[in-house]
Design a protein around this ligand. Structure first.
Ligand SMILES: *[C@@H]1O[C@H](CO)[C@@H](O)[C@H](O)[C@H]1NC(C)=O
Ligand SMILES: *[C@@H]1O[C@H](CO)[C@@H](O)[C@H](O)[C@H]1NC(C)=O
Length: 171
């Protein structure tokens, strides 16, 4: 089920609105990078999600696809930037390296850094999302707390992997 859901998200990412301007070209680069991150997160999977149903958890991501689409562009870019920074912090930990395939985690981190560079070019000085940043920090704090409580088990990481993959899918 989770897998099917992920494929639908990937499809939606590819089939979004047609492009016309330079702004849209940048958006396409952004989508391409997002898709690469999304696919690496998918490849990371080691445990079958259906074995981890008991570990499911609602991390209460504060937004959905609709509310993110309705954000102003600067706000959205800034949120995306912060989101990626948090994902880097999560996956560069020793616990993450213990849980996942090193090669894939390295590729993931390098893709994320690439996205950060592009986002920084797009943003310029325009970083306007401190309120959103507070909500996002809470969200990632609950992910870190969850992993700690679950003693960084394979299933706990799998639940977090699926969670992050879905969120990247709507950014
Ligand atoms: C997204 O969130 C908004 C605000 O919380 C809510 O009104 C809306 O129904 C949600 N949309 C979807 C598709 O879940
Ligand atoms: C890690 O992933 C790479 C790329 O998919 C693969 O070639 C390699 O065999 C994997 N290593 C382990 C230990 O599973």
């Amino acid at each position: 089920m989770a897998q099917i859901h992920l494929w639908l998200v990937a499809g939606a990412m590819l089939c979004s609105s047609p492009v016309s301007s330079l702004e849209d070209d940048l958006l396409w680069i952004h989508r391409g990078e997002n898709l690469r991150v999304f696919n690496l997160l998918r490849q990371l999977q080691r445990t079958r999600p259906h074995l981890c149903l008991d570990d499911r958890n609602d991390f209460k991501f504060p937004w959905n696809g609709t509310t993110i689409t309705q954000m102003q562009k600067t706000e959205r870019t800034c949120l995306h930037h912060q989101m990626i920074t948090h994902i880097v912090d999560l996956f560069r930990t020793q616990h993450s390296h213990d849980a996942w395939n090193h090669t894939l985690v390295s590729q993931l981190l390098s893709s994320l850094h690439h996205s950060l560079e592009h986002l920084e070019q797009r943003e310029g000085e325009n970083r306007d999302c401190s309120n959103l940043g507070i909500l996002l920090r809470k969200y990632f704090q609950s992910i870190h707390n969850y992993l700690r409580e679950k003693k960084y088990s394979a299933c706990a990481w799998e639940v977090v992997r699926v969670e992050i993959t879905l969120r990247v899918g709507i950014m």
